[in-house]
Design a protein around this ligand. Sequence first.
Ligand SMILES: NC(=O)c1ccc[n+]([C@@H]2O[C@H](COP(=O)([O-])OP(=O)(O)OC[C@H]3O[C@@H](n4cnc5c(N)ncnc54)[C@H](OP(=O)(O)O)[C@@H]3O)[C@@H](O)[C@H]2O)c1
Length: 324
Amino acid sequence: MADSKLSFLALLVLLSIILLLFLKLIVRPHPIKIPIKSRRVLITGGSTGIGLALARQAVAEGAHVTILARNLEKLQEAKTSIRLSTGIDVDIVSVDVCDFEGVKNAIESVGVIDVLVCNQGVFVAHELENQDIEMVKRMINVNLIGSFNVVKAALPGMKNRSDRKPASIAFMSSQAGQVGIYGYTSYSASKFGLRGLAEALQHEVITDDIHVSVIFPPETYTHSLTKERERRPQLTNIISTTSCAMKADEVAIKALNGIKSGCFLVHCNFKGFLLSIVTVGCSPQRSYLMAFVEVISMGLVRIIALCFLWTWYDCIEKHSAHKK
Ligand SMILES: NC(=O)c1ccc[n+]([C@@H]2O[C@H](COP(=O)([O-])OP(=O)(O)OC[C@H]3O[C@@H](n4cnc5c(N)ncnc54)[C@H](OP(=O)(O)O)[C@@H]3O)[C@@H](O)[C@H]2O)c1
């Protein structure tokens, strides 16, 4: 009995080693490190919240940072707050990401970008039935089309950068860009869209040594979230709070580390890690160790996901019965 247990264990170890070696051989793209120090980083939506925290973190790590948003006053405030905490100035650019010509001019004025973070975003939760169609369009326009505009305007310069060091394009998605959540039809659609944009874009820019990341923060304490929690449907509040909210500074550190290591899917907490595994699909993976974890844990993580779905649908049914 003891002998058969031992040989079973030995077989398991052997199979794991073979799988690891196989994954080491096939995972693509290859591992990469993206330097930040002394490089030009452009962060859209960098005047408040997560974008501001990210800008401060990048400045602290020696990057030359430009932040882009619409409101000039908020940009000035952000610049002052970064100067006060780091002693370093950032550049500011005021433009609406929905205006392609404006974005092109703004990006020309920034010069060659080494690391681009499309972080701008709006979120207003409502059941689709009750949401104004103009608000649906606004979320798609700012979150998704705005990111197309910024990337399209920045890409020619990024491809022709003279330092030839690896560059990065990152998109700020959300956990609502990995899983649909009650009340977030438009927001989730815009954030799921970023994932498709990012996967296809990675194919197109890999030979230019440009590496794409998609960041999936959970709820993050920012002014926008506070406002959002007050007005959104009760069910959205119940379902969204199954993931603990993080501080903007914590998300910024996770995001920047993910970008620097060229991670395609960047999660920010443990639930995000599980979501990344269960939704990994055909996403690029540079780490054979992470690929190993994905392969062996996929089934188990699917069971955990089904448990979450069970509690969410249970809440929805109870809420509906209560209302009736
Ligand atoms: N907070 C969360 O719970 C959470 C969770 C997951 C993901 N996210 C995502 O993280 C990103 C930042 O969220 P946040 O909470 O930090 O939001 P925030 O504080 O409201 O910041 C949004 C930023 O985007 C800019 N912006 C909005 N519309 C724009 C436009 N049309 N053109 C240019 N800039 C525009 C805003 O400046 P102006 O208004 O001056 O333009 C601001 O700088 C968003 O993409 C959001 O979807 C947030």
